[in-house]
Design a protein around this ligand. Structure first.
Ligand SMILES: [Ca+2]
Length: 232
């Protein structure tokens, strides 16, 4: 159940972002400042009848909230609040570095995920994720090709989550993104917290993106992206 909810939320990770930091066209990197105090949070609760097995197909859970269109409200937490992100297109790699007010090491039942999206001038698109849990606080990195949802570049992604410095950095070879001459980048940071009993599952999701103050998650028609970044 937890996994299926996570997948639903992952589907919703195609986010509404708006670029605030302008940069000259053809820049090799861009730094984006984001306001503090703009973390958004939603809560989804699923319940089943007493004595019903949560995992059983015949036990249809009652859902409070929409996993595909969560209702987000502003939260006051500092945890997961992005304040600055640098997107860079280097000679042989692409990197994204984010500074948070506080990232906090995940406890059991919590996940911290940085999701980046790439859009190459050659039409190649990728979703890059770094997901940290209590068991894997250093994070597990992955890249998915958007055209066929195939996982690629396993073992070629470098990630570093520094819980003292409150930073996340991810980088990967250009070829993992299809080796475009120019690329646009986007992304957001998520926190998930699961609380499970025999008859209920509560999923708290909060997010912040490097471009925008608050707002909802939406379709990628609303995505804000960096300008085109030329190869450095
Ligand atoms: Ca922020």
């Amino acid at each position: 159940m937890r996994r299926s909810i996570a997948l639903c939320l992952a589907t919703a990770l195609t986010l509404g972002l708006t670029l605030l930091g302008a940069a000259p066209a053809g820049a090799r990197s861009v730094g984006v400042a984001d306001p503090s105090g703009d973390v958004m949070r939603s809560v989804l609760t699923l319940t089943v009848d007493e004595g019903c097995d949560f995992e059983a197909d015949e036990c249809e859970p009652e859902v409070d909230g929409d996993p595909f269109d969560p209702e987000f409200r502003r939260d006051t937490t500092r945890v997961g609040d992005l304040v600055a992100t640098t997107f860079a297109h280097h000679r042989s790699s692409i990197s994204i570095t984010s500074q948070y007010l506080d990232i906090r090491r995940p406890r059991a039942g919590q996940e911290l995920t940085w999701v980046a999206l790439t859009r190459g001038a050659n039409g190649q698109r990728r979703q890059v994720a770094v997901a940290a849990t209590a068991r894997r606080p250093g994070g597990v990195a992955s890249i998915e090709r958007m055209s066929d949802e195939r996982a690629i570049c396993r073992g070629n992604i470098t990630r570093r989550i520094d819980y003292r410095a409150n930073t996340v950095r991810v980088s990967f070879p250009r070829w993992c993104a299809g080796s475009p001459r120019r690329i646009k980048l986007s992304g957001a940071s998520f926190r998930l917290a699961f609380r499970e009993t025999d008859t209920s599952l509560r999923v708290e999701q909060s997010y912040d993106n490097p471009f925008r103050d608050g707002g909802r998650l939406s379709s990628d028609a609303d995505l804000g992206w960096t300008p085109w970044l030329r190869r450095g």
